[in-house]
Design a protein around this ligand. Sequence first.
Ligand code: VG1
Ligand code: CO
Length: 580
Amino acid sequence: FKVSRVETTPFEGQKPGTSGLRKKVKVFIQPHYLQNFVQATFNALGADRVEGATLVVSGDGRYYSKDAIQIITKMAAANGVRRVWIGQNGLLSTPAVSAVVRERVGADGSKATGAFILTASHNPGGPHEDFGIKYNMENGGPAPEGITNKIYENTTTINEYLIAEGLPDVDISTTGVSSFEGPKGKFDVDVFDSTSDYLKLLKSIFDFPAIQKLLSSPKFSFCYDALHGVAGVHAKRIFVEELGANESSLVNCVPKEDFGGGHPDPNLTYAKELVARMGLSKTHSEPNPPEFGAAADGDGDRNMVLGKRFFVTPSDSVAIIAANAVQAIPYFSGGLKGVARSMPTSAALDIVAKHLNLKFFEVPTGWKFFGNLMDAGMCSICGEESFGTGSDHIREKDGIWAVLAWLSILAYKNKDNLGEGNLVSVEDIVRQHWATYGRHYYTRYDYENVNADGAKDLMVHLVKLQSSIDEVNTLIKGIRSDVSNVVHADEFEYKDPVDGSVSKHQGIRYLFEDGSRLVFRLSGTGSEGATIRLYIEQYEKDSSKIGRDSQEALAPLVEVALKLSKMQEYTSRSAPTVIT
Ligand code: VG1
Ligand code: CO
């Protein structure tokens, strides 16, 4: 092939958000749009990280992925990349990409140096929905802000990109290596099995025979919903072929370019089929739900964990995994190096860290901040309230890992009663955890696609209010007299303990005397308008009060949050789009 230089002009708005660049497909398919972003990335990385590189290019299989893979492959070849690695059919979950970058060794002994992940994660897909792209580094984690800022800068001045001319489209449906000759020498495209490397890593972490025993017990039943995302590919291999789960326990596990028209976000609103199967639907009654259910998002890095007629909040989930990891998961048997959560995630993990005397970190929203801690050996387990849980086995959150972690805990707690005796259920484990550590009532209200100016004004209003805590407390007393006092309010700012970098404006916090918290943030993953996230949390230590309905327990704080922020006034919305 030859290298051709194509003239181009900048597009506005190619700024990567919380997790890469996400836009409507109709924006991405404009001539040169994707190409500009990819070239801006190569330029930000610099020749020494691009020439001779081995790049993974794959994603969640959403609409436009196949075209994007061909374009990126040709651009990689033209920019001097030595090898492109592609999961079969272009399918790799985000955690599988991270595992491949860290673990896979090519037939010629090569190791990956980075990855383009093609996904807009939990956003819907299809010709009228979203596409997305992000770059991950050699450690398998998302590019740090230093690089993403550089990428954005480059997109504003770009005037040409390089693409290989005469390089045929690669057949991504069949595994194997194809070699080509370019001006700078050899270029290989290696299409490989999507699950093998990821599976190998997971097998080195968990006790697969113990999980297999649990899954095969007639007392236990299991269900996994991939919402037509890429996790379905891995789920079939791992849960069915390796662990012996029944094929009928997999729901929506065939990936679709448009996720079957659904919203591939694993929560109680969008994972409708799973919610019904687990006996949690308000309109459908299920006589005998499975003991355990879980769902994934489009790119397989998120998880929702459910028990029979029981919802586990993600904030509780990470705390419970951390509390049980050393006993239940072989990888952690030597102890935990530390734990971390994102700022809006509930403080359930903090309490576990205190009890177990573990290092603890609170970082801004988005997985990239955990990676630095893990690279420095300071953190083993971490999580976010947004259905993200993971560990230092990779540098992304990992939906299937979280399911295996829960199955491990269930296997451990039930190791002596799979024969006789009652099964310790998901609900039993959570209630036992609350009884030991107290309960964090938690909910998140999302106002999706609201007017961007209104959203900005609401945030400005909330920051202004913070200048007088007395005034805030007077306002609150006028709204609800049964809510405690605000003792501190600020905009969250994070100084990375490893590289000293500072991230500002990471969410507005109101902290109450009794440990309650209100947090307001603007989403960084949407593709249209603005999305306001309101996080509400209340801590209850009194064991006689830990069994309440969470929306009911939080009602006073919700009322305060909505009135204090003037939510309806600024957004013209009387109710949130989604409550999780
Ligand atoms: C959201 C979540 C955040 C998560 C991010 C990426 O970001 O709140 O916790 O890390 O999505 O997840 P935001 O900025 O919209 O609140 V994923 O599964 O979309 O890669
Ligand atoms: Co995701």
